[in-house]
Write a protein that binds this ligand. Sequence first.
Ligand SMILES: [Zn+2]
Length: 195
Amino acid sequence: RDHHAAYIDWAEYERNQMLLAANAYGRAGGQKSGRGGRALLAGMLTCGRCGRGLAVAYAGAPPGRPTYCCDRPNLMLGLPRCLSFGGSRVDAAIASEILRVVEPMAIEAALEAERMHREGEAERRRVAELDLQQSEYDASLAERRYAACDPENRLIAAQLEKHWEAALRRVEACRARLAATDTPDPTAPMPDFEG
Ligand SMILES: [Zn+2]
């Protein structure tokens, strides 16, 4: 066992890797931007010599260069530090490896989201079409009731006319809603996330 090796806590690593990858995925080329000075592997590395978790120190102007180190417990005990190494190259290597592994999954997930979005649009359109059919049926029924009523009975005739007019307004509303629904274009290509 190499005293100067550090070991990754793989359970912790797996819990975090999708999050890390999602983070890295949003940043083209894995540029370290917008994360402050956070080291990629903070909390995930274990000292190969003493088994303690490695701490992260940041050197230089903020956000600072991360350094993984295991020295505090040993300094307290008056022992020499176990190890300390710059984090930038390790982070970069791990980040690119995560991207290599996760990028195909992220692309597949994005395509699946697009498929579900399109199915949702088609379903909304189908519901709007059914609503329009129902409202047209209701309006024709209201019209027939109005036409069939005894015009001498003015109170009833006025009510039936109001019902008919309300039914016609619902038809217009349903037409407008259907028109506002995107017409699905089955020939539209799926977005190219791999380009
Ligand atoms: Zn140590």
